[in-house]
Design a protein around this ligand. Structure first.
Ligand SMILES: Cc1cc2nc3c(=O)[nH]c(=O)nc-3n(C[C@H](O)[C@H](O)[C@H](O)COP(=O)(O)O)c2cc1C
Length: 184
């Protein structure tokens, strides 16, 4: 938490990544639940996803999904997306332009699944039918014979930061080679 207002763009960018890393491990952090917007043909789509990891060096965020989910098909067709998150505690919104990629096998996926399968959320990746399939009843269908666990990496292309404050709202944009304050 930052009690005084940050004046330096450099420090602000570092603070954003510090908060993203905190959000990946703190269930109460507002940024833990992100809205992911994707392109679905000629329409927009959006849904909530949970931040699992933030890596400042490669500028990457990670979330998990069912490999059969609609968003995975959308990402295969158009890998550009936007992540939006809001922390009431910080009064900070982030809008991140991201390049998305989906992994369903390999050592990293295997290691993450080994951890997830011991938790209650393992069921999210073990449904007998794909997400969005019509069901005859509201009851949860049988488990699949194998998991459909996928790791989605969102490489951050730009950060659009907005702070709401009683002394005046502020906004800044960080891109690969350029950082600037902008009118909110
Ligand atoms: C609080 C909350 C957290 C969620 N977290 C995830 C998540 O981490 N990954 C995910 O794929 N879906 C998550 N969902 C479900 C998605 O929002 C969405 O309903 C589902 O993935 C189907 O989306 P799609 O058809 O666009 O793929 C979450 C839903 C809620 C309400």
């Amino acid at each position: 938490m930052f009690s005084s207002r940050i004046e330096s763009l450099h420090i602000l960018e570092a603070a954003c990544w510090q908060e993203l890393q905190r959000a990946a491990t703190d269930r109460r952090h507002g940024w833990r639940l992100m809205t992911l917007a994707t392109v679905n043909g000629d329409e927009a789509d959006a849904r909530s996803v949970v931040l699992r990891e933030a890596r400042r060096g490669p500028q990457e965020l990670v979330f998990y999904t069912d490999a059969r989910a609609g968003k995975v098909q959308q990402i295969a067709r158009q890998p550009k997306g936007t992540l939006v998150m809001w922390s009431r505690e910080l009064a900070w919104q982030l809008r991140l332009r991201v390049q998305l990629s989906v992994d369903t096998d390999g050592p990293d996926v295997a290691q993450r699944w080994a951890e997830v399968r011991r938790t209650r959320s393992a069921a999210d990746y073990l449904a007998g039918v794909a997400p969005g399939s019509e069901l005859p009843t509201p009851l949860v269908p049988e488990r699949a014979s194998r998991e459909h666990f996928a790791v989605v990496t969102a490489r951050v292309l730009s950060i659009d930061w907005t702070e709401l404050h009683e002394d005046g709202h502020r906004r800044a944009i960080f891109q690969a080679d350029h950082a600037t304050w902008v009118q909110p």
